[in-house]
Design a protein around this ligand. Structure first.
Ligand SMILES: Cc1cc2nc3c(=O)[nH]c(=O)nc-3n(C[C@H](O)[C@H](O)[C@H](O)COP(=O)(O)OP(=O)(O)OC[C@H]3O[C@@H](n4cnc5c(N)ncnc54)[C@H](O)[C@@H]3O)c2cc1C
Length: 433
C-alpha cells in the first residue's frame, strides 16, 4: 500500500508579502494598514520555462507549489487566461471529504484530506479549513446497505466513518424534517473529518506560496495553441506571445477537451454545467455538511451565515457558466423536502461552473500520447477536495516521469485497457457520474 502519511513540510520560504501572523495583524492595525504588499507577484511571461502549467485554478497552482516544495523545480510558469481564482476553484460549494468506496480513491482523497489538515500552517495562509463533518443521509434499507459497505471499506483503510441512527441525526441536525412525507430519513453516515474550506483562499494561498518559491504566476494569458516539433510538445502559443517549454501540463478543468484538441488529442471527457446557490445570511443553524440521499442536494452554512448549496449537473454539454431553471427547481424541491423550515429564505446568488466529466467519473493525472504533454483534469464535480493531492501527485509525475503510487489508477490508458474506476457504478455516461 502506498504511503499515505502527509509529507514533511519543505523548509519555509518567506513570501514577498511577508509572514502573516496575529502579531502582524495587530501591528498593521496600529500603524494604518500600510505594510501590506501584493500576495503574489504579477509576472510577465518569459520566452522559455522548464515547465509551463496551463490553468491557474487550484490544481495548476498547487502543482506549481509542490514542484517547488517537493522537487526543487522553480523554473515554472502558471498561465491563466483571466485572474486566478475565477474558475471552478472559486465557484464550488467548498466541500472536502474522503468518503469514497473504491480503495484507490479512498487512499487518494484521504491523502488530500491529510494535506488539507496541515495546509494553512504550511502555506502560512488562512484558508478557513473547517472540519465540521459531512453527513450523508439514507432513506431506504438498500441505501443503508450501500453506505455501510462504503463505510466498512473506509474503516478497513483507517479512514473515519460513523453510522448514525435517527436519534443521532436528529440531535446533529434538528432542522431536518426526518419524517417528511416524501422520503423519510432512516439514518446517516458521518465522516467527522470532512468539512469545508474557503475556496478562493485556496487559490490565493497556493499562488502566494508558489510565487514566493520562484514560480511565475502569469494572469490574463490565454493559451491558444500548443506547439510541437520532432514528435514532442515544445511550448504554447498565447495571447501574450509564444512561450517555449520542456514540458507542458494542462490543468484547465472544464476546458480540458478544448485544450487537448489544440494538441490534436480527443479526451474521454464531456463538459457539463453545475450550479450553486447562496442564501441570505442567517444565525448559525447548521453545523455540518448535510447531503440528502433521495436526490442530489448538499448544503452547509458559511461563516458569513449564508447557506451554500447545490445539486446535480444540469445534464447537457455546454461551456456556459450558468444553469437552467429546471435544475434550480429540482434543488429547491429537495431542500424543501428535507429542510422545510428554510422555505422563506431568500436566495442571494446563483452561478454555474463548467465540469470536466469523464466516462467513469474519476479524474486523470496522466502522461498523454504526446511526449512532453501531461494532463491533470477530468475532475467532474469533485475536484476541489482533491486539490492538494492532485497538485502533489501531478508535481510528482512531472518531476519523476512516472505516476505517484496514489494516482497510478488515474492514467488515460485505463479507458483502452478496460480498467476504469467507476466509483458510482454508473457506466460510461458522463452525465450520470
Ligand atoms: C458549482 C460547483 C460546485 C462544486 N462543489 C464542489 C465541492 O463541494 N467539492 C469538491 O470537491 N468539488 C466541487 N466542485 C468541483 C471543483 O470545483 C472542480 O473540480 C475543481 O475546482 C477543478 O479544478 P481547478 O480548481 O484546477 O479548476 P479551475 O479553477 O476551473 O481552473 C482551471 C483554470 O484554467 C483556466 N483556463 C481555461 N482555459 C485556459 C486557456 N486556454 N489558457 C489559460 N488558462 C485557461 C480557467 O480560466 C481556470 O481558471 C464544484 C464545482 C462547481 C462548479
Amino acid at each position: 500500500m502506498a504511503d499515505t502519511s502527509p509529507p514533511q513540510p519543505a523548509p519555509a520560504r518567506r513570501a514577498a508579502s511577508g509572514r502573516y501572523s496575529a502579531w502582524r495583524l495587530l501591528r498593521e492595525g496600529l500603524t494604518g494598514q500600510r505594510g501590506w504588499t501584493r500576495a503574489w507577484a504579477k509576472a510577465a511571461p518569459r520566452p522559455h520555462y522548464r515547465i509551463v502549467i496551463v490553468g491557474g485554478g487550484g490544481h495548476g497552482l498547487a502543482t506549481a507549489y509542490y514542484l517547488a516544495s517537493e522537487h526543487g523545480i522553480t523554473d515554472v510558469a502558471v498561465l491563466e487566461r483571466g485572474p486566478i481564482g475565477l474558475g471552478n476553484v472559486g465557484r464550488n460549494t467548498t466541500i472536502i471529504r474522503s468518503n469514497y468506496f473504491h480503495p484507490d480513491n479512498i487512499r487518494f482523497y484521504e491523502f488530500s484530506l491529510k494535506l488539507w489538515e496541515g495546509l494553512e500552517q504550511r502555506l502560512n495562509f488562512n484558508s478557513m479549513v473547517s472540519q465540521r463533518g459531512t453527513l450523508n443521509l439514507f432513506h431506504t434499507e438498500a441505501q443503508r446497505d450501500l453506505f455501510t459497505r462504503r463505510a466498512n471499506q473506509m474503516r478497513l483503510l483507517g479512514v473515519d466513518a460513523e453510522a448514525l441512527d435517527r436519534a443521532q441525526v436528529r440531535r446533529l441536525v434538528p432542522l431536518a424534517d426526518l419524517d417528511n412525507g416524501r422520503y423519510p430519513v432512516l439514518g446517516g453516515f458521518l465522516q467527522p473529518r470532512g468539512g469545508t474550506v474557503r475556496h478562493d483562499a485556496v487559490a490565493w494561498g497556493y499562488a502566494r506560496a508558489a510565487s514566493a518559491a520562484g514560480a511565475d504566476i502569469v494572469e490574463h494569458c490565454e493559451v491558444t495553441g500548443i506547439t510541437q516539433a520532432g514528435g514532442r510538445v515544445t511550448g504554447v502559443q498565447t495571447s501574450r506571445g509564444a512561450i517555449g517549454a520542456d514540458l507542458v501540463c494542462l490543468a484547465v478543468a472544464g476546458h480540458s477537451s478544448r485544450l487537448a484538441a489544440l494538441a490534436g488529442l480527443t479526451l474521454p471527457i464531456e463538459t457539463h454545467v453545475l450550479q450553486a446557490f447562496v442564501s441570505e445570511a442567517v444565525k448559525p443553524l447548521l453545523d455540518v455538511v448535510l447531503t440528502y440521499g433521495a436526490g442530489h442536494f448538499y448544503v452547509s452554512q458559511s461563516d458569513k451565515g449564508g447557506l451554500v448549496f447545490g445539486g446535480a449537473i444540469d445534464g447537457y454539454n455546454t461551456y456556459a457558466q450558468r444553469g437552467t431553471l429546471p435544475m434550480a427547481e429540482e434543488v429547491a424541491a429537495s431542500a424543501m423536502t428535507l429542510l422545510p423550515g428554510l422555505a422563506r429564505l431568500k436566495i442571494l446568488r446563483q452561478w454555474g461552473g463548467v465540469m470536466d466529466m469523464t466516462m467513469d467519473g474519476s479524474p486523470l493525472i496522466t502522461l498523454t500520447p504526446l511526449t512532453g504533454l501531461i494532463l491533470n483534469g477530468g475532475w467532474c464535480y469533485g475536484g476541489f477536495k482533491a486539490i492538494p493531492a492532485g497538485g502533489f501527485t501531478t508535481a510528482h509525475l512531472i518531476a519523476c516521469g512516472t505516476p505517484h503510487p496514489l494516482a497510478a489508477h488515474l492514467g488515460l490508458t485505463r479507458f483502452a485497457s478496460g480498467h476504469t474506476v467507476d466509483e458510482r457504478g454508473a457506466g460510461p455516461f458522463p452525465y450520470a457520474h
